[in-house]
Design a protein around this ligand. Structure first.
Ligand SMILES: Cc1cc2nc3c(=O)[nH]c(=O)nc-3n(C[C@H](O)[C@H](O)[C@H](O)COP(=O)(O)OP(=O)(O)OC[C@H]3O[C@@H](n4cnc5c(N)ncnc54)[C@H](O)[C@@H]3O)c2cc1C
Length: 343
């Protein structure tokens, strides 16, 4: 019976639609994608966001045996829609992931599990990947674990994040064009701060920059903001007011309240626990260092793609980077397999 037509036994338990798809029980044949429990995966992908799903698709189509594990909070969980991803503009994040999993279900050599990866040991070609309820072996590991956002400890921020507080105007600016924008400067960096403030003017004439207590703004930057008609508020921000998830004003330490419909912020971020524990090299901003071509980390055989490796964060960017990693991994593995007689 053909696995693609749904015959055989289910290999994973639980309610997950993809996990429950059936695979045949006959003996292992690499290019049918049939797995026995003692078999090694070619690649374990950690993280099932746009990055991980895209990599699984490319590796699946490359006829590799892939396990994708996804569990835990998602960065864009608060957002109602994904924008700026062609063919998926306006798609709810949950629907995006469900579609990804549905398409992967057509590849019997790709297994998707809603499981957390607790640790990774071993070396290139022979990794031991610890999951809840057991461990699996893999020749390569691709990390697509995203980042954890750390929002400022200011009343109102958490509730409004993803609804009227955003990180990216390309993702959400169109829907709120011509409204009153604020830009909450978390860490003052003269060049980026000015460029980002000016960028926001592309979506509205009404922009206020909140430096949250940082008053030493260079005169050249002040002048650019004035030229662009952008107001500068250097008082500390003490809170936000609004109706539920809808922002209305930004409150300042001097007691004033600035009307504001949407606030932009680049939150501090940190790596997930798994990545922090792996000991892969990070850059000065805390992103995983990768080779720009192969996307291999400082740990041979472990690759990284998506938000965890760059400040340039977006769903389609994560998908593209992970596809790049997948094609490199597939090329390496194919060379190894065809020259070792396994294929
Ligand atoms: C509020 C908000 C709105 C956004 N809106 C947009 C938008 O409209 N358009 C756009 O292009 N971008 C948007 N983004 C950015 C976009 O969400 C990210 O760039 C994108 O999701 C990154 O994809 P990724 O695959 O790298 O990581 P993620 O999508 O974050 O996925 C990583 C996954 O890995 C899982 N994971 C982590 N550790 C483990 C582990 N140990 N074991 C198993 N699984 C693990 C996580 O739980 C998560 O599910 C938004 C971001 C935010 C915060």
């Amino acid at each position: 019976m053909d696995a693609r037509r749904g015959g055989g036994r289910a290999i994973e338990g639980g309610a997950d639609r993809v996990e429950n798809r059936a695979l045949p029980s006959r003996s292992y044949r690499r290019y049918e994608g049939v797995m026995n429990s003692e078999d090694r995966y070619d690649v374990v992908i950690v993280g099932g966001g746009p990055g991980g799903l895209s990599a699984a698709l490319a590796l699946g189509r490359g006829r590799k045996r892939v396990l994708l594990c996804d569990s835990g909070p998602r960065r864009n969980a608060a957002a109602t829609h994904i924008h700026n991803f062609v063919t998926r503009d306006g798609t709810p994040p949950e629907e995006f992931r469900a579609l990804g999993r549905e398409q992967l279900a057509q590849y019997p050599n790709v297994v998707v599990r809603s499981a957390r990866v607790a640790g990774i040991t071993g070396t290139r070609g022979s990794f031991d990947v610890a999951l809840e309820g057991g461990s699996v072996q893999a020749r390569r590991v691709l990390l697509c674990t995203g980042m954890i956002d750390e929002l400022p400890d200011i009343p109102g921020f958490r509730e409004m994040w993803g609804h009227t507080i955003f990180q990216c105007p390309y993702c959400h600016g169109w829907e709120i064009r011509d409204l009153r924008f604020g830009y909450f400067v978390r860490a003052f960096e003269p060049h980026h701060f000015k460029l980002f403030a000016l960028l926001l003017r592309g979506w509205t004439r009404d922009v206020v920059v909140f430096t949250n207590g940082f008053a030493d703004v260079p005169e050249a930057a002040r002048e650019s903001l004035r030229d662009a008609g952008i107001r500068l508020e250097t008082q500390p921000v003490t809170g936000l007011t609004g109706q539920g998830k809808k922002l209305e004003t930004v409150r300042l330490a001097d007691g004033s309240a600035v009307p504001c419909d949407a606030l932009f912020l680049h939150p501090a971020q940190q790596q997930v626990e798994l990545v922090r524990g792996l000991g892969v090299a990070l850059d000065d901003d805390g992103f995983v260092r990768v080779d720009p071509m192969t996307r291999e980390t400082s740990r041979p055989g472990v690759y990284a793609a998506g938000d965890l490796a760059t400040r340039m964060q977006g769903a389609i960017l994560a998908a593209a980077a992970a596809t790049q990693a997948a094609t490199v991994i597939n090329m390496e593995l194919t060379s190894e397999l065809v020259t070792s007689g396994e294929r």
